[in-house]
Design a protein around this ligand. Sequence first.
Ligand SMILES: NC(=O)c1ccc[n+]([C@@H]2O[C@H](COP(=O)([O-])OP(=O)(O)OC[C@H]3O[C@@H](n4cnc5c(N)ncnc54)[C@H](OP(=O)(O)O)[C@@H]3O)[C@@H](O)[C@H]2O)c1
Length: 264
Amino acid sequence: MTITGTTRTYAHIGYPIHHVRTPALYNRLLGERDIDVVVVPVEVAPEDLASMAPAFRAWRTLAGIGVTIPHKEAMVHLVDQLTPMAELCGATNVIRRDSDGTLVGGQFDGIGLVQSLLQANHRLKGAKVLMSGAGGTARAVAFALAQAGVGTLVITNRTRDKAAVIAAQVRQAFPACDAVLHGGEEEFDVVVNTTSLGMKPGDSLPVDPAVLRPGVVVADAVMAPPETALLKLAAERGCTPHPGLLMLQAQFESTLEFLGLVER
Ligand SMILES: NC(=O)c1ccc[n+]([C@@H]2O[C@H](COP(=O)([O-])OP(=O)(O)OC[C@H]3O[C@@H](n4cnc5c(N)ncnc54)[C@H](OP(=O)(O)O)[C@@H]3O)[C@@H](O)[C@H]2O)c1
């Protein structure tokens, strides 16, 4: 795309920022859609984050802000409003700047996974899902799965107490979803990895391989490498692998709508 005087900016903030994949993907997709917005990686150290908020409000051609590690939780306290999902998650990964400078924090990590699974025609309503992880992504994914009507959400995580907290919060917010800790059962419709396991060669698997039964949908939030050891084994065992890039691509559509760059 050509940057002109009318081009608006989407600032993608994090610390460090060199590893992010969003700018390359989003700039390509924005160009394909002829949307006059450019995504720019912006490195902001945690101690400088609060001083950036007034600048974001004053930046009239700012279309929005993408937020990545470690700022997703801290930005919740620096924006003016939150969507219900961002409020539930206590984290924001996309911020809209309204024309009066108001900053509105949204959270689309989990919604992206749900949208991508539905787009691939995988059933979520009433499904039994195993989720590995209890970090920031896990929280967003858990609430989004519960909102999508998952019947049972079984959570496993290295630090069990963190999984217990998420399970309790999901049950409170979505009483129809039976969110529990993993007790060793093996039969699930969908398995989701939200841990960072799989990013490095030699990482252990995020789930017990016994859950990888033929026909199970196996989604991985990890995007690099595109085919993690979990997805490779899942394919070998007759499961349906669902790579992390699909989750990011689906977030793009929700992000465009939230920022008002396309019609809802
Ligand atoms: N595809 C997408 O659109 C998308 C969007 C957002 C994030 N992601 C990806 O999601 C992954 C997680 O990100 P996050 O922000 O949620 O990270 P996070 O908050 O730091 O959480 C990390 C999770 O991984 C677990 N973990 C880390 N090292 C482990 C180990 N050696 N053994 C067992 N468990 C381990 C942690 O367990 P403990 O709780 O025990 O520490 C925790 O559950 C990253 O790969 C990120 O790139 C993808």
